[in-house]
Design a protein around this ligand. Structure first.
Ligand code: NIG
Ligand code: FE
Length: 406
């Protein structure tokens, strides 16, 4: 670890800290040391006592600097793909019909169980590198395509190994309650019991940072989700939920009872759900990629979320069925075009609020004392991050104080 003090000077900073638009500093500087930001401010006001210890300086020549991007909802580890189902949907089949016919998540489960741990690692590493190339510095990775103890543990272990080998912060989420595996057909409550039984073992192996479930007609009922959350709560693990994606199940209100970090998707969220989120401080994670790819027409209640002060995160939801995107920048654009977020809301959604959706208080804005995770972009204004689509303007990325290039 390079603990040298480094000065990054003459950047156009979008710190996202404080109340000013973008937390903007027109000619700003950062001083970092090791993994930490020591100081952020206007270049000309950098304190002499900190400058004295600077070992190296990078002149950013007016480039835009933002916090590192955080992808707070991904299913990166799985075997196979589902491009065949994409074709079926183009011919008229719905996502739910394919799932009820045994395809969907279950077909990924078969492929995941057949894959070796090394093959799962290799395919997920290629996907993760793609996310990193656009400035992602922290990523959440869910299990949920193993659906037995061995394969769920393997998926989570692969997620941990991805963090270690690609040198990126990974938060793992156990999503055993993602779909009913074929061997439990007709015994959904028994499967939920099994998921609850696995959790202490997975936690004891250090594999679980949070617990998630898919509360949906084709997933698990609110009563079943409650059992999973009770098991998580008993172990002191935070929860989050795939909620109100295809229908309003009231899963959000349930999740908020458990102080959920986030509820995700939310196209069918009710006003009662919005109020529950506001009261519990739960983040609304919006997933425009899944909305787009499933050709949904019902928008999440953005205006109501905004009015209630619910923080909105943006994520790829990368998965083989509903969102095979590997571009968080594209999600910023889609959050604006499809969901009518402002470019600033979209960027805050993939940084500040994404950090909160993961329960991480040490990142997401550029501020002294937080992690030195930031991106330098070859653009003139931060709103261009949401404006372009299909362009990657990343010039430099710093993760944990280390320069990674682009
Ligand atoms: O976030 N909604 C459930 N889970 C995923 C889709 C999983 C799949 O189809 O493989 C999602 O959209
Ligand atoms: Fe998801």
């Amino acid at each position: 670890m390079d603990a040298q003090r480094t000065l990054w000077t003459h950047g156009h900073l979008a710190t996202l800290a404080g109340d000013a638009p973008w937390g903007g500093i027109a000619d700003g500087a950062l001083i970092t040391e090791g993994e930490q930001i020591l100081w952020v401010g206007a270049t000309e006001t950098a304190p002499a006592e900190l400058l004295a210890g600077v070992a190296q300086t990078h002149d950013l020549h007016g480039a835009v600097v933002t916090p590192g991007l955080i992808d707070c909802h991904t299913h990166l580890v799985y075997g196979g793909l589902r491009s065949n189902e994409f074709e079926l949907r183009l011919q008229g089949a719905s996502y739910e019909e394919i799932a009820r016919a045994g395809g969907g998540i279950r077909s990924s489960v078969t492929a995941t169980r057949e894959a070796s741990e090394q093959a799962l690692f290799d395919s997920a590493a290629a996907r993760l590198r793609q996310l990193l190339s656009e400035g992602v510095t922290t990523v959440e990775i869910k299990s949920g395509y193993g659906l037995n103890l061995t394969a769920e543990a393997a998926s989570l272990a692969v997620a941990r190994r991805l963090g270690a080998e690609l040198d990126v912060a990974v938060q793992t989420t156990f999503l055993g309650a993602h779909a009913l595996p074929a061997e439990f057909a007709g015994r959904q409550d028994d499967y939920v019991s099994a998921v609850c039984d696995w959790l202490p073992q997975l936690q004891a192996q250090g594999l679980v940072d949070a617990v998630d479930a898919f509360c949906e007609g084709i997933g698990f009922s609110p009563a079943q989700t409650r059992r999973v959350f009770e098991a998580a709560q008993a172990l002191g693990l935070p929860v989050k939920l795939h909620a109100e994606q295809l229908s309003d199940q009231g899963g959000t209100q349930l999740a908020c009872e458990f102080g959920a970090l986030s509820c995700d998707h939310l196209e069918h969220l009710s006003e009662a759900g919005v109020q529950a989120m506001a009261a519990s401080g739960t983040v609304a994670t919006l997933l425009p990629g899944a909305f787009y790819f499933l050709r949904e027409t019902k928008l999440p209640p953005i205006a109501a979320l905004r009015a209630a002060g619910v923080p909105m995160a943006i994520s790829t939801d990368h998965n083989p069925g509903t969102s095979p995107t590997l571009s968080l920048l594209l999600m910023l654009n889609m959050a604006c075009t499809l969901f009518r977020l402002t470019p600033e809301e979209a960027l805050r959604g993939a940084t500040q609020h994404a950090a909160r959706a993961l329960g991480l208080k040490d990142r997401g804005v550029l501020q002294a004392g937080l992690r030195a995770d930031f991106c330098v972009w070859d653009i003139a204004h931060p709103n261009e991050l949401a404006y372009f689509f299909g362009r990657n303007p990343l010039a430099l990325c710093v993760r944990g104080g280390q320069l990674r290039g682009a």
